[in-house]
Structures are given as structure tokens and as C-alpha cells.
Design a protein around this ligand. Structure first.
Ligand code: AP5
Ligand code: MG
Length: 192
């Protein structure tokens, strides 16, 4: 199986690049943010609980997102592989993902990290906020999301560096150019 973690701060291009990778490698795209937004718009009890946290730019609890991923891995048994977008976001989530994949006799192949500085992230998301309808795409909440990333999510990079799986990729430039770098990394070529 090809199991890719697409890692990076809010607005780094995880969703955009996931779409390219899903098509090329026939992977199942698992975005915890997309799944949570689906729960919010369906008005489920989970969605109602998650909404306030998401609107504030805070992470939802680990057990909630780990449970969602567990369900999806079982639901898509037999898939060629997965692309994890926006998950794991904490070290406990990363540990849980390793355990879940081991249960399915597989593991993470690559952690591809889109590296983009805060100024560019804020500019991209403020621009998207003018049309996205996402309640968290306003400057105050964007900065909170980046802060959550810096404090809670960036340690996940070290977790995967220790496993020798982390590949940093400069994430500013044309979407196709960045996709090319991701493809090279998947093919095992060292890129930056
Ligand atoms: P989530 O939905 O994961 O959002 P995010 O990580 O904050 O970031 P985005 O999805 O906005 O950015 P992206 O990296 O996907 O970039 P995109 O391709 O869209 O999470 C939302 C919330 O859900 C969290 O705050 C939390 O509350 C909760 N949550 C989710 N997962 C969780 C977890 N595991 N644990 C706990 N809580 C969780 O691109 C962004 C913009 O930039 C777009 O407009 C795009 O067109 C543009 N763009 C893309 N590439 C380029 C480029 N190369 N050049 C210029 N513009 C570009
Ligand atoms: Mg996204």
C-alpha cells in the first residue's frame, strides 16, 4: 500500500495537492477537516460538538478524530492506499495512526511536508475567506490556527523525522510545480 501523510500548516496546500495525488495514485483521500465539516453541515451530535472548536480555530479532541480515521480505514479495506490530509495533528494522533495501520498490516510510506511561511498562509486563507464560506477563514481565526499548528502539530514533524519518513518540500510556487516535487519524493528521489 501507498500511505502518504500530507503534512503542513493551515493553507499550505494539503487539500489542493491531495486532489492531484489521489488521481495519480488511486488513493483514498482522508481529510479530517472535510469529514468534520460534513458532520457540521449534517448537524450530527459530533458536528455540533466540533463546530465551536473549529470556528475558534482550535483542534478537536484526539479521540474524536482517531475514531473517525479508524472507521474510514475499515470502511475502505482493500484500498490501494490512503492520503492523510490534516491528520495526524498531534503526537498522540501520530502514535494512534501507527497502531491503526499496524492493525491493518500496513504503515506510513512517506510524510510529505509542505513548508510555507506564515505571511503567505495568512494571505492565501484571507483571500479564500472572501468566497469559501468557511467560518474559520478570517484573519483572527487563521492566526489562531497557525498558533495551534506551531504549538501542537509541529512536534509531529520530529516524530516522523525520528522514523526517517519526513520529507520537507518548499510549498510556494505554482500548484503543478509543487505537485512535481511531491511526485519525485514519492518516487524516492531526494527533493527540496
Ligand atoms: P482543516 O480542514 O484540516 O484545515 P487547515 O489545516 O487549517 O487548512 P486548510 O484546509 O485551510 O488548508 P490546506 O493546507 O488544505 O490548503 P488548501 O489546499 O485548502 O482543519 C480545519 C479544522 O478542523 C481545524 O482547525 C480543527 O478545528 C479541525 N481538525 C481537522 N483535523 C483535525 C485533527 N486531525 N485534529 C484535531 N482537529 C482537527 O489551500 C489553501 C488556499 O491556498 C486555497 O485557496 C488554495 O486555492 C490556495 N493555494 C493552494 N496551493 C497554492 C499555491 N501553490 N499557491 C497559491 N495558492 C495556493
Ligand atoms: Mg485542507
Amino acid at each position: 500500500m501507498l500511505n502518504i501523510v500530507l503534512f503542513g500548516p493551515p493553507g499550505a496546500g494539503k487539500g489542493t495537492q491531495s486532489q492531484m495525488l489521489v488521481e495519480k495514485y488511486s488513493l483514498v483521500h482522508l481529510s479530517t477537516g472535510d469529514i468534520l465539516r460534513g458532520e457540521v453541515s449534517a448537524g450530527t451530535p459530533l458536528g455540533l460538538k466540533a463546530k465551536a472548536l473549529m470556528d475558534a480555530g482550535s483542534l478537536v479532541p484526539d479521540d474524536v478524530v482517531i475514531g473517525m480515521i479508524d472507521n474510514k480505514l475499515t470502511q475502505h479495506k482493500g484500498a490501494a492506499g490512503f492520503i492523510f490530509d490534516g491528520f495526524p495533528r498531534t503526537v498522540p494522533q501520530a502514535e494512534a495512526l501507527d497502531a491503526l495501520l499496524a492493525k491493518h498490516a500496513t504503515n506510513i510510506s512517506h510524510v510529505l511536508a509542505l513548508e510555507v511561511g506564515e505571511r503567505e498562509l495568512v494571505a492565501r486563507l484571507v483571500l479564500r475567506g472572501q468566497s469559501s464560506g468557511r467560518a474559520d477563514d478570517n484573519e483572527e481565526t487563521i492566526r489562531k490556527r497557525v498558533h495551534e499548528y506551531n504549538t501542537k502539530t509541529s512536534p509531529v514533524a520530529d516524530f516522523y523525522k525520528q522514523q526517517g519518513k519526513y520529507v520537507g518540500i518548499y510549498g510556494i510556487g505554482a500548484v503543478e510545480e509543487i505537485a512535481g516535487k511531491l511526485n519525485k519524493a514519492i518516487a524516492g528521489t531526494k527533493v527540496h
